[in-house]
Design a protein around this ligand. Sequence first.
Ligand SMILES: [Zn+2]
Length: 442
Amino acid sequence: MHQQNTQAFTLTGGRVIDPASGRDELADVAVAEGKVAWIRPSGGGPLGEKVPVDGLVVCPGLIDIHVHLRQPGFEHKETVATGTQAAVAGGFTTICCMPNTNPPLDRPQRITRLQQTIKKQAWCNVYILGAATVGNQRRELADFGALLETGCPSITDDAMPLQSTKQMQEALQKLAGTGRPFMAHLEDEELSGDGVINAGAVSQQLQVPGQDSLSEVAALRRWAQAANSVKQARLHLLHVSTAQTVAEAKTLRTDNIFSRLTLETAPHYFCLTEEAVLESGADAKVNPPLRTEHDRKAILQAVIDGDIQIIATDHAPHTPQEKAQGLIDAPPGLVGLETCLGLILTHLFHTGHLSLSDILAKMTYNPARLLGLPAGTLKSGAPADITIIDPYKQWVVDPDRFYSKGRNTPFSAQNLTGQAWGTIRGGQFLMQEGKLRKDAKL
Ligand SMILES: [Zn+2]
């Protein structure tokens, strides 16, 4: 594991928010030997060095369960080192990486090899999600049991969505009883076809093939059918983007089709619509595509109501050359690790839609609980993975300053309010006052 800081220090005067325990109060947080030593009302004697964080929010280290680190195979887009630096800069201490690499992360040896790289080069905790099918070919399901045993918290078909009901059924069956949900990328490829953005006004205006928004909900219906005969079927819906998906997922949950159905979205689905493509071109090309204002509002409302429990980035870096190929040929995806928190605070907190505690639950406790990760809470004895947030910091998105190799964002030059001020992992400051500590011991 990474190096721990043995030096004790106390974060003093901050507003400590821990959604897992319901704590939201001014308090001091003492850290020693890589763990939270205690949390006490502000003003007592500090343990070790005093680090004043007055006016800032102290919360459990943020978690992002949907990140494309691109290693192995696509190191020109991102690496374990650069992707986790971007994560730490964005306030994340734990991420899960997606298995659509080359070779795909579909068998224990490949997981173990990447885990070794992670151990040496990662700035934050990284868990690897196992690929659902052998070689990501969708012909044959991978050995889920072996993948979980190697340390994968769960299995996903992200980027390579399963199409056959029978395969979905088998996948749910294999995970039933493990307590882990299948993490599904909802896309019916017959309906999405060769669409490069949402099918609608913008695709017509630009005369590019559109992707029918029904594609997402059609896949959900197939999963629901697959779940019929599987007791204890658990499903997590990755990056949901349409109003209809949210509505039908709610019905499925009410009807107990899935014993636990969870939903995730990414900030771009409640901050942007398909219109962003007109301004940002291929930098706003993402899969699933940005949808209509009606969809955006429904996703936002579902986040507010709790029908969407988790916010993740779907951080998907590509090179400028790849994105310069234009809407049709550029690969889909945008980078999110360094803009996520700012977008969320700007669009959910400063608009009055959600409290900080409700927001942080979707970025700490909820994802940790979903995947059984040993993270997501701040209490005595827990690993000192802590994020310190300045909710009122005003800043402008400048992709040239990203730690990620990716520059592909439709949020370039946007004004945001709220940013991570510090990131502590295992009791060690990895980022402070917005800058990575290059002297950090990994
Ligand atoms: Zn993804």
